[in-house]
Design a protein around this ligand. Structure first.
Ligand SMILES: [Ca+2]
Length: 507
């Protein structure tokens, strides 16, 4: 700032000096010159200062006395000494110098004043310029601000437009998302339906596979049986042949001893006749006394040896041959099923199962009708005796056992299970009908009697079948159609021997 001011000062000084010279050379200056020449006259001098657009005019008084003196000095000198060099010239110069000095001083004072004035003016002008600049700046700032606001508004508008677009897009995406999720749900449902159908088909398939397996097994087993039977028949033929030979030999011997034999025959005939006479007199009374309804009654009458007995079941006209077990668990048991060597074929019809088949002394089925009639006499208990090929002999006991009649398909009712052939009963206990290959009364869409063979109280198709195919040891495992008691040896193990027998519950 100081430098600037100093510069200003210097420039002012230079400007003033120049202007001063110019003013002296101007019209007024000419006037000044004329005033000098006239002398004694009061005169003023005009000084103009130009600074930028502004011009300043100063009126300075001139020194009158010093003009007169100088004129006098000049005059006297001219008078006193004209030829000789002027003596008073030095003195005049001195005066003139003094006069000039005073003038200079005055001028300097004026200049100082002028400078001060100018500085003050400059200050106000600077303030003015600053104010103006501030105004200008403010205006500019305002303009810039306005521009910015306009731009901001424009940007805001654009942003709003963009926002609206974004919102639009977002809503579209949301709608698409919803549609997608809906279609996904539909697909999932369809997938579920397909899966369940596939599962059903798989189930059907596995059932069919099982059936096919069973049929295959059945065929294989039948083939084996045929072979075994063939062998047995061949052996029988051989034994028969040897027996015939032996008989022929005996015949030859007999023909030689016929006379002796005829005598012996006569004696035997006589003794037979006498025996018949004795029996005919006593038998009637004995038979009337010993008509047992079941083996329990026979046991109670003192017959404690197991074997075949004749019993007289109520509502049946003829006597019935049964095997009585007089040893197991206190005896008195009437057997209605027995298997132990496979000699009797259990692939029978409804009628055969109804009336019975086989030999009471060996393998046999007493007959559903007989069992129905026996269990109609009294409250009976059932005992199932089993034996596997490893020598285990468990049993299943039911305190109450009842068969319905033929019209109800010999339905089976059982209660109060106990025993060692599994913790649960392998026989369905409530009202299962009896089925054979020609009478399908089971609870399966299939025919259990055909699949599992024999006649039984099949459910669908149940956990047991003691009338299945008899398999010898070595062939008895993995046989679904064998002699089965599920809770003892599982679904595909064929047992070695079985007995089913009844006895009054209160025995
Ligand atoms: Ca069926």
């Amino acid at each position: 700032m100081k430098q600037v001011l100093l510069g200003w000062g210097l420039m002012l000084a230079a400007g003033l000096m120049v202007t001063s010279v110019a003013g002296a050379g101007g019209g007024d200056g000419g006037g000044g010159g004329r005033g000098q020449r006239r002398g004694g006259e009061k005169r003023r001098r005009l000084h103009r200062v130009q600074h930028g657009h502004c011009s300043y005019t100063f009126i300075l008084p001139e020194m009158e006395s010093c003009q007169a003196a100088s004129t006098e000095q000049y005059g006297s000198a001219n008078v006193v000494q004209r030829d000789s060099p002027p003596l008073a010239e030095t003195e005049w110069s001195t005066q003139k110098l003094q006069h000039l000095e005073t003038t200079m001083e005055n001028n300097t004072q004026w200049l100082q004043k002028l400078e001060n004035y100018i500085q003050e003016n400059i200050k106000t002008e600077i303030v003015h310029v600053q104010t103006h600049a501030v105004h200008n700046q403010t205006a500019t700032m305002l303009e810039i601000g306005t521009n910015l606001l306009t731009q901001t508004a424009e940007q805001t508008r654009k942003l709003n437009v963009v926002e609206a677009k974004v919102l639009n897009q977002t809503s579209r995406f949301e709608i698409q998302l919803l549609e997608n999720s809906l279609s996904t749900n539909k697909l999932e449902k369809e997938l579920l339906v397909q899966t369940t159908q596939i599962t059903k088909l798989q189930d059907k398939n596995s059932r069919l596979e099982n059936k096919v397996q069973v049929l295959e097994l059945q065929q294989l087993d039948e083939l084996e049986d045929r072979r075994a039977e063939k062998k047995r028949l061949q052996a029988l033929v051989r034994t028969q042949t040897t027996a015939i030979e032996a008989l022929q030999r005996q015949l030859r011997l007999a023909s030689t001893n016929s006379s002796a034999l005829q005598r012996q025959q006569q004696q035997l005939m006589d003794s037979v006749h006498t025996l018949i006479n004795i029996v005919s007199t006593n038998t009637g009374a004995l038979l009337k006394e010993q008509r047992f309804h079941d083996c329990a009654e026979a046991y109670k009458a003192g017959h404690n040896i197991s074997g075949v007995y004749n019993i007289y079941i109520s509502n049946m006209t003829d006597s019935t041959q049964v095997f009585c077990d007089m040893e197991t668990s206190g005896g008195g048991w009437t057997l209605f099923q027995r298997r132990f060597n496979g000699n009797v074929d259990f692939q029978r019809t409804w009628k055969e199962y109804k009336l019975g088949f086989g030999d009471p002394a060996g393998e046999h089925w007493l007959g559903n009708e007989q069992v129905f009639q026996i269990t109609s006499q009294n409250q009976y208990a059932l005992r199932v005796e089993l034996r596997d090929w490893e020598g285990n002999t468990p049993y299943s006991h039911y305190d109450q056992f009842q068969l319905d009649g033929e019209k109800q398909q010999y339905r089976l009712f059982l209660r109060d299970y106990s025993g060692t052939a599994g913790e649960q009963s392998s026989l369905e206990s409530h009202g299962t009908s009896f089925s054979t290959r020609d009478a399908d009364n089971d609870n399966c869409l299939c025919k259990c009697a055909l699949m599992l063979t024999g006649g039984w109280w099949f459910d669908a198709c149940g956990l047991s079948n003691l009338n299945g195919i008899y398999y010898n040891v070595g062939h008895n495992i993995r046989k679904l159609n064998g002699i089965k008691w599920h809770h003892f040896r599982g679904p595909s193990y064929s047992l070695r021997s079985t007995t089913m027998m009844v006895r009054p519950s209160d025995f």
